[in-house]
Design a protein around this ligand. Structure first.
Ligand SMILES: NC(=O)c1ccc[n+]([C@@H]2O[C@H](COP(=O)([O-])OP(=O)(O)OC[C@H]3O[C@@H](n4cnc5c(N)ncnc54)[C@H](O)[C@@H]3O)[C@@H](O)[C@H]2O)c1
Length: 269
């Protein structure tokens, strides 16, 4: 282990005992780590949604082995009727819902006049989050928890990323508004803003950028690490840890907030 690496933190065993959670984008990356963390913390039932049926099945086995009864929903967020139908069936069977983590997202680049990508990215990242949340609301208990996974690009711009930036800025606004709508029931709604998390999404982005400018992806990765004050990429499980805190009883007074996990990359922005 590198001296700057952190040991895997032990989740508070049993902290989420008996809870039911929905996690979207759970087949890999931050969503998978979140599902595993919830299972380790004692969640009784997990409803995991992702369009990647094979990887979702593998995560379902992992969380099942950790003791969480897990229902995989292999649907694409863009197929709204299928999403609503699958969630309705799963939630009716599961009983009250305590936790919703809206994590699924895509980071496709677009030029300023590329409407097709604009509509697709907004459809998945922003409207997809709305649709899942709307379908879950009637099942969510008082004092329930919602976490929306935005991005450091929810607060800043990036070239060739108008769609992604707009979707992630939108999620922060959505989080703040929804937090006020649900506050009287003790439900908290917060946004997590990851940056430079070592996931398949980041590896794809770095490979694509390197190819575009004819650079070596390994060199770009080294440069990325250097630009981060902690001198390393943040692990997906570390983003999951922040989500785990926000859905716990310890965070009952934290709502309408946007919390960044980026190794200091944005210098406290
Ligand atoms: N990795 C980073 O550096 C980083 C930085 C900022 C924000 N984020 C955000 O964190 C979240 C998770 O990112 P990640 O890095 O784990 O990504 P990832 O690509 O590794 O995983 C995303 C998951 O979402 C699923 N998904 C995507 N579109 C879907 C759709 N239409 N329907 C159903 N499932 C769909 C994918 O199949 C995949 O399993 C995303 O919202 C992303 O924007 C990541």
């Amino acid at each position: 282990m590198n001296a700057l690496d952190t040991p895997a933190p032990a989740p508070a065993a049993g902290e989420l005992a008996g809870r039911t959670a929905v996690v979207t984008g759970a087949a890999q990356g931050i969503g998978r780590e979140t599902a595993l963390l919830l299972a380790r913390a004692g969640a009784a039932r997990l409803i995991l949604l992702d369009r990647d049926a094979d990887r979702l099945q593998a995560v379902t086995k992992e969380t099942g082995d950790l003791g969480a009864e897990t229902v995989p929903l292999a649907v694409d967020l863009r197929e709204r009727d299928a999403v609503r139908g699958a969630l309705r069936t799963a939630l009716r069977a599961a009983g009250p819902l305590h936790i919703l983590v809206n994590n699924a997202g895509v980071a496709d680049e677009n030029g300023p006049d590329d409407e097709e990508t604009w509509l697709r990215v907004l459809d998945i990242n922003l409207h997809g989050t709305f649709a899942v949340t709307a379908a879950c609301l009637e099942h969510l208990t008082d004092h329930g928890r919602i976490v929306n996974v935005s991005s450091i690009l929810g607060k800043a711009g990036k070239m060739r990323n108008t769609a992604y930036c707009a979707s992630k800025h939108g999620l922060i606004g959505y989080t703040k508004g929804l937090a006020l709508d649900l506050a009287s029931r003790g439900i908290t709604v917060n946004a997590v803003l990851p940056g430079w998390i070592d996931t398949p999404m980041l590896r794809r982005e770095i490979a694509a950028s390197a190819e575009e400018i004819g650079a070596d992806p390994a060199r770009m990765l080294r440069q990325a690490r250097k630009s981060i004050p902690l001198r390393r990429l943040v692990e997906a499980r570390e983003a999951a840890e922040l989500i785990g805190f926000l859905v716990s009883d310890r965070a009952a007074a934290v709502t309408a907030q946007s919390l960044t996990v980026d190794g200091g990359y944005t210098r406290g922005m």
